[in-house]
Design a protein around this ligand. Structure first.
Ligand code: GDP
Length: 423
């Protein structure tokens, strides 16, 4: 059985929290795209954890976790993330963590290139997380990336580095005038951070195919959301990889398999980190209150997130792009104190109303049509049954469910594992 958990919005929907909860019924959890540019926050009985690279199933003892070929892996960061979790008592061995030999390594010069370019762009910057993600995905498609499997073959790794470092210095030193990298320096880096990972590197595609043949339950865990997808998101303010359900099997290494259950994680209001069009954005005091109530500061970067009302147009599109067959609605409790709750029900572009999510300049021009639903003004965080929710909270949920056209099965009313309503 292959299930995916994907983001319906701009990311930060609470996917980590949902994977942590739903992985109880799974055998294997797989990350299939992205790198350490995003952070999944998970709170459970062991404490609070921010995961950047490791699949969220790592926090459950009996799960196998796979980092798929679609990922880009900063091995220095991964070593530190593993060490941090081990210190907190989490067991991580080659039995419960497997890294694809085809995943590519995000190197220090990729991080440097990302920073140099953001600095060059100055006030036109993209709001990159400066973790080298766009440069390493570009290198992958230029066929000038090191793959995790290369770490197992030192002579081959050296010959690849000789080609790649020379080429990369044309940009780093030649174009930006920064200090060039050396092959020796990079070999040392790989020795320091690659060697400890050797036992984790396998052909994870064969591993996953075997697991599925044996009837194991495999869950694909996305990073970021539909609106950050490289093709379908708010380009160019997207991430550099495919965040969608359809890419899941490719990025996991099981393109011969179909996702049977796609759970879309959708937030009860909107948030967006960084630059780019964000039609339902709220400003001023109202926005600041929502930001504070929701703790809306980036898990990976600490940046304050932009906030807005629930966006029907963007979320309906997100459900379509993700092929979601059920929804987990998160952070409902954050709206507990709001008297009137704004919802963006359509966009207006050059005087014409639309319910379809536009792209490019049309999206830049879009203005929100906002309606207000009545708030419920009482805490929901202790509710465990749908009927226990205040009437107006149920009305709110049923309104957005009807608008996005997808069944809301899970309602999250708090950050902890048990703060969930299953309908
Ligand atoms: P992800 O990247 O999609 O996993 O999302 P983040 O981890 O960036 O953001 C989700 C944040 O909201 C985390 O701090 C979670 O602990 C928290 N969270 C998730 N669901 C809920 C919820 O229903 N209520 C509240 N109050 N917090 C939640």
């Amino acid at each position: 059985m292959l299930t995916s958990i994907v983001g319906i919005n701009w990311g930060d929907e609470g996917k980590g929290r949902m994977v942590d909860l739903l992985s109880e019924r799974q055998d294997v959890v797989v990350r299939y795209q992205g790198g350490n540019n995003a952070g999944h926050t998970v709170i459970n009985e062991k404490g609070k954890f921010v995961l950047n690279l490791l699949p969220s199933g790592i926090l459950r003892e009996d799960k196998v976790n796979v980092m798929g070929n679609g990922m880009v892996v900063d091995i220095e960061h991964l070593n530190k993330e593993i060490a941090r979790l081990k210190e907190a008592g989490i067991v991580i061995t080659p039995d419960n963590l497997k890294i694809s030999d085809k995943a590519v390594v995000c190197c220090p010069f990729n991080v440097m290139q990302d920073c140099l370019e953001e600095d060059r762009l100055a006030d036109k910057r993209f709001g990159s997380t400066r973790r080298g993600i766009a440069p390493i995905y570009a290198d992958k498609y230029m066929k000038k990336a090191i793959r995790m499997g290369d770490i197992l073959h030192p002579e081959y790794l050296k010959s690849r580095l000789e080609t790649i470092v020379e080429w990369k210095n044309l940009t780093i030193a030649g174009s930006y005038g920064a200090k060039p990298y050396t092959v020796e320096g990079m070999l040392e880096w790989f020795e320091k951070y690659g060697a400890p990972l050797k036992d984790f590197i396998i052909d994870t595609g064969y591993y996953l195919n075997r697991a599925l043949d044996e009837g194991k339950r495999v869950m694909l865990e996305a990073q970021l959301g539909a609106l950050r997808d490289i093709d379908f998101g708010i380009y160019p303010y997207t991430t550099s990889s495919s965040t969608i359900t359809a890419y899941g099997p490719v990025g996991a290494g099981i393109p011969n398999r179909k996702v049977e259950n796609a759970i879309g994680v959708m937030k009860a209001y909107s948030t967006c980190v960084g630059e780019g069009p964000f039609t339902a954005e709220m400003f001023g005091k109202e926005a600041e209150e929502l930001r504070q109530a929701g703790g809306e500061y980036g898990a990976a970067t600490g940046r304050p997130r932009r906030v807005g009302g629930f966006d029907v147009v963007a979320s309906r599109y997100g459900c379509m792009v993700q092929a979601a067959n059920e929804i987990a609605l998160t952070k409902l409790d954050i709206l507990d104190g709001m008297k009137k709750i704004p919802v963006c029900v359509s966009y207006e572009i050059d005087g014409v109303s639309t319910s379809e999510f536009p792209s490019g300049e049309a999206l830049n021009k879009a203005k929100p049509n906002i309606i207000y639903l009545d708030g419920w003004n009482s805490p929901t965080t202790e509710c465990r049954k749908y009927e226990e929710l205040p009437l107006n909270a149920r009305k709110y949920i049923e309104f957005i469910e009807e608008q996005v056209g997808c069944n809301i099965k899970y309602i999250s009313v708090g950050a902890s594992r048990e703060a969930i309503i299953i309908r």
